[in-house]
Ligand binder design. Structure first.
Ligand SMILES: N[C@@H](CCC(=O)N[C@@H](CS)C(=O)NCC(=O)O)C(=O)O
Length: 254
């Protein structure tokens, strides 16, 4: 098996890559990291991914990091089932959308995720343990310190939800312009796969704020109906399946 994916079940970035591997029917081995236990910060893993985050792809011993980069890499080395448009302009637009998704929803989704799902674990730590854990993160030190052990304040939650709402509106315009059902028209591309985990996460947390955008609602149903979706989101991949207190929230807001 030439591919090994270092990843975590509930990690949104990992879910992008798992979806592409399954959609391409590429067999892969998995190393599952426990992010709350700090597996991503152990010296052996940092040698593979100095950012101390998942996912990391090992392709026959060659290491590729960063989820959007990995999905493009997989599309290049295994082009039989392609998620990249042929025309250079369409490719450029796909990449621009992927940059937008990395800039807007990907960071925004972390605020409700950390406040609602992970904060209780951080609150069990002493102040010293929390600071040591935050300082050990190459990429997310400042983010963790900003959140602290009391969580992000309401205005940060509101800002994040606003950025997510603008993402759904942008998706709606893209689908309208392309004629849908996907962001760039008739074929699903890496851009659809890049934004998928953000919507799945928000739905899981009980904040599916796109019901008044029927094109986005149809897009969401379409991506969930893709054959690669089920194996990507195996049981335990949703936060509500791992943290029981979230199930109560999701049912309250449904
Ligand atoms: N830009 C990176 C971001 C990766 C990332 O933030 N991964 C998160 C999970 S989705 C992580 O590993 N977090 C571990 C931590 O914060 O310590 C990518 O897309 O691969």
């Amino acid at each position: 098996m030439p591919f090994t994916l270092y990843n975590a079940p509930q990690s949104t970035c990992s879910q992008r890559v798992r979806f592409v591997l399954h959609a391409k029917s590429l067999p892969f081995g998995e190393v599952k990291l426990n992010l709350l236990e700090g597996d991503q910060l152990k010296p052996d893993y940092l040698k593979l991914n100095p950012n101390g985050v998942v996912p990391t792809l090992d392709h026959d011993g060659a290491i590729v990091t960063d989820s959007t980069v990995i999905t493009e890499y997989l599309d290049e080395v295994s082009p039989e089932t392609s998620f990249t448009p042929e025309h250079p302009l369409a490719r450029a637009r796909m990449r621009a959308l992927m940059h937008f998704f990395d800039e807007m929803p990907a960071p925004a989704v972390r605020v409700p995720t950390f406040n609602l799902a992970f904060l209780p674990s951080f609150q069990k730590m002493s102040r010293e343990e929390f600071i040591a854990m935050a300082e050990s993160k190459p990429l997310r030190r400042e983010f963790m310190m900003k959140m602290g052990q009391t969580g992000f304040p309401q205005h940060e939650m509101d800002d994040a939800l606003g950025r997510l709402r603008r993402t759904y509106e942008r998706m709606d315009r893209e689908i309208e312009t392309s004629g849908g059902p996907w962001l760039q028209g008739k074929s699903i591309t890496l851009a659809d796969i890049a934004v998928m985990p953000a919507l799945v996460r928000m739905d899981d947390l009980g904040f599916a704020d796109w019901q008044d955008l029927p094109r986005v609602a149809a897009w969401f149903e379409a991506i969930r109906a893709e054959p690669a979706y089920g194996p990507t989101y195996y049981h335990g991949s949703l936060l509500s399946e791992r943290f029981p207190h979230l199930r109560e929230k999701a049912s309250r807001t449904a």
